[in-house]
Design a protein around this ligand. Sequence first.
Ligand code: VGL
Ligand code: ZN
Length: 193
Amino acid sequence: MPYDAGTALVVVDVQNDFADPAGGLYVTGAELIVPVVNAEVAAARAAGAQVVYTTDWHPAATPHFLTGGGPWPAHCVKGTWGAELHSDLVVDGDIVRKGTGGEDGYSGFGVRDPLTGDERTTGLAALLRARGVSAIVVVGLAGDVCVQATALDAVRLGFATRVVRAATASVNLTEGDEDRAFAAMAAAGVEVV
Ligand code: VGL
Ligand code: ZN
């Protein structure tokens, strides 16, 4: 990908619970994208682009989890091994946490309380704008969940947005979710490469 100082690479949720086969919400093939993500990090850094990492960072009990009435097995509980970034990931930039108050935190830009519908920003957009960023490249996990939500929000917020599909892996909770997610991103104006 072409990077420059006005571009940020946003690495979404490359955490053990998604990326390690022993993780609580393992995404099939996710460990295989880590070197692809690392190559993007290296290219971004070499071009003077920002690199920012998001992390799903949930309390132990949340309506986001099956135990609280939500759709997901427990994952990325703050302070646990599963919430740590994958040990092979090159980490060279700020880390933005999402879902810390028990909300759904699908997008790196904002979270939503599934009970009240209250929405709150993570501060990512402000951080990027303060650094003169107008374009973002999104990679990471999962392609059909948090990558999709992050990329759609980025377009909505006015960033020129690309997703590197080979640097993502998807949950496919329902067969075809990944293809539908990439079609939706492309339809919204995301450049899928
Ligand atoms: C994610 C499901 C639940 C993700 C986060 O990072 O894609 N997926 N929470
Ligand atoms: Zn989550």
